[in-house]
Write a protein that binds this ligand. Sequence first.
Ligand code: 8OZ
Length: 369
Amino acid sequence: MSKQQPLLKSYNLSGIELSNRVVMAPMTRSRASEGNVPTDLMAKYYKQRASAGLIITEGTQISQQGVGYPWTPGIHTDGQIEGWKKITKAVHEEGGHIFAQIWHVGSVSHPIYHNGDKPVAPSAVKPEGETFTAKGMKEFVKPRALDINEIPGIVEDYANAARNAVEAGFDGVEIHGANGYLIDQFIKDGTNKRDDQYGGSIANRSRFALEVVEAVSNAVGAEKTGIRFSPVGNNYGISDSNPKEVFNYLLKQLNNFDLAYVHLMEPMGDISDLPNYPQKVTEFFRPFYNGTLITNAGFDQKSGNKAIENGTADLVAYGQLFLANPDLPERFAAHAGLNEPDPDTFYGGDEKGYTDYPFMDESEKVAAE
Ligand code: 8OZ
């Protein structure tokens, strides 16, 4: 009998027994309905993927102010909470576990979502490029810098969204602190030009993230709270000049919270010309964080098993592979072939490229034994 693969071993995630270490990474799929309400089709999609040790949902807005894309779900209205209840129930009926990723896009938005008003951000720094809207691509606008008096209300929106998530049946929440959105905009010096207690030093730039972590932990329990970061990411040109120091500080602070986990993203492109950037993010930061680490981006079965075996991460999140293979852990177990993801159907649309990716058939299972 062959030795069990590290990815397929169970894991105790602050009291939740995960059946394996294959996590479904958060992925925006833009298929919510009117009012950003989750649909029955979304319930089918997540249910199909319930054999993940843990599902992390797509980014889910904490408020209307936090919206930045069409058809992305929210978790701040009664209708949205009711929609999510069907999803958590479907996943739990299959024996799965699911965290909601709670999200505020900050500047990465557009006045069309805010009755013509500007999006908000730590500072008035325009994101680079254009944004996809229901009316085609539109150039980003220069956001409005938040007044310091507005910040506690946004922190409370995160806590409220976390409470709503638990009411909707989620096992916990992941705070979206990555990919150039509001929390990342506060952390990184490219976008945070504030001169109050939320800007300047690393401790000041980390303050908003840590206040959100504290508020969410107090609202639903630290054991139900995770956070995701992309230390070397530069989405929309939002980046930091010294991610090693900044995220060392943040991770050390997070050791005080006893969170469910910290989720780190590896680089999405070539960063070899950036001298202060760790090339292997999770490996670099592992020594500074005492709790559960999830790693994500670019892993396959082999490198995922290796990351767990050598202690780099406790869990490995798969995005596109899980999108295209609803039974990914079973396929790993069987060393079976994988369906290819179709980028044309990633965002928006119906069941095509969403709930119609095939499960393994019987012959593949037999062949793999
Ligand atoms: C792709 C398209 C829209 C949003 C992220 C939530 O990058 C996203 C996202 C990804 O984290």
